[in-house]
Write a protein of this length. Structure first.
Length: 300
């Protein structure tokens, strides 16, 4: 499969050399995000709003935790670190690993080319995520935002692999914001983390699955067990992201720690694979209910 890692190092150098926020915003929109226009269009995000201060790719990326283009001081520090660790080479090597695994297991992504972009995150906005996260829900596109530090730098390949698995999964299964259930969402995320574990090891997984002690995890399983059929993105998000983020986003809290749905989903998929002697390649193509009903995590 053909792929392209955007040269965001050069792009950020150009961005931070500009003197006005307006110029930086236009460059971010029409140079840095233009190659991802199809991805943004799929989730109804225009590159530029039709009205002043309307919803557009600048607002969307800020909400997702990307660093605002006006934060040049913070951005330049992060950029120097990304150069130092040769992040684009890491991204390139990771995609080669993922594509090799995909081909070896007769999987595919429904896209002519896979495009990946590495962007600078706002460390305050992504504090709970330990300064990094990704988006890979549209086959053919992956974006990762990171404020690089000693914790998250070693985890870059795993988060790319996580998003790569979403690309595979959504090439075989449709995603509908209105119809998605808690069960669907936890399995989607559990598969993605299990894929990352398969390629890079459990020690490199994200805080969304590694920060839970047994008591909190057991409690989260009990809460989520009774909500597997809850439907609709807003309702489901409360179970996936936990109370702190839910309250910030205007969702109803349900008594869960941050990213509880991710942690429970990972346990469900891991248990399913172990109990049924099934590998991640096969599991990635299985229906939600088949995994949930045979993972022995929810008393089914």
């Amino acid at each position: 499969m053909n792929f392209l890692v955007e040269d965001t190092i050069k792009q950020y150098e150009q961005l931070f050399s500009m003197n006005s926020d307006r110029d930086r915003q236009d460059y971010f929109r029409y140079s840095m995000m233009k190659p991802f226009e199809k991805m943004w269009g799929t989730i109804n995000v225009p590159l530029e709003a039709k009205e002043l201060n309307g919803y557009d790719v600048i607002m969307a990326t800020n909400m997702l935790g990307y660093l605002d283009v006006s934060e040049t001081g913070t951005g330049k520090k992060a950029l120097e670190k990304l150069k130092e660790i040769q992040v684009l080479e890491t991204a390139n090597n990771t995609l080669e690993d993922c594509i090799y695994f995909m081909k070896e297991n007769n999987l595919s992504i429904n896209a002519d080319k896979l495009r990946l972009g590495m962007y600078i995150a706002d460390p305050k906005k992504l504090e709970l995520q330990k300064g990094y996260c990704g988006f890979g829900g549209i086959p053919g596109f992956i974006q990762v935002s990171i404020y690089p530090d000693s914790y998250n730098i070693p985890k870059i390949p795993a988060v790319i692999a996580h998003e790569f698995n979403h690309n595979i999964r959504f090439s075989y299964f449709d995603w509908n914001h209105g119809d998605v259930t808690v069960g669907d969402y936890i399995i989607i995320e559990g598969l993605a983390e299990s894929f990352a574990k398969e390629l890079y090891g459990e020690e490199f997984l994200g805080p969304w699955v590694t920060s839970f002690d047994k008591e909190d995890l057991d409690y989260s399983i009990e809460v989520i067990k009774d909500a597997l059929d809850v439907k609709g993105f807003a309702e489901v998000s409360s179970y996936m992201f936990g109370d702190k983020i839910s309250i910030e986003q205007g969702y109803k809290p349900v008594g869960l720690s941050p990213f509880a749905g991710y942690a429970v989903g990972f346990q469900a998929v891991q248990s399913f694979m172990k109990e049924n002697n099934i590998g991640i390649a096969e599991a990635t193509l299985m229906e939600t209910k088949e995994i949930m009903n045979n993972c022995r995590l929810f008393g089914k």
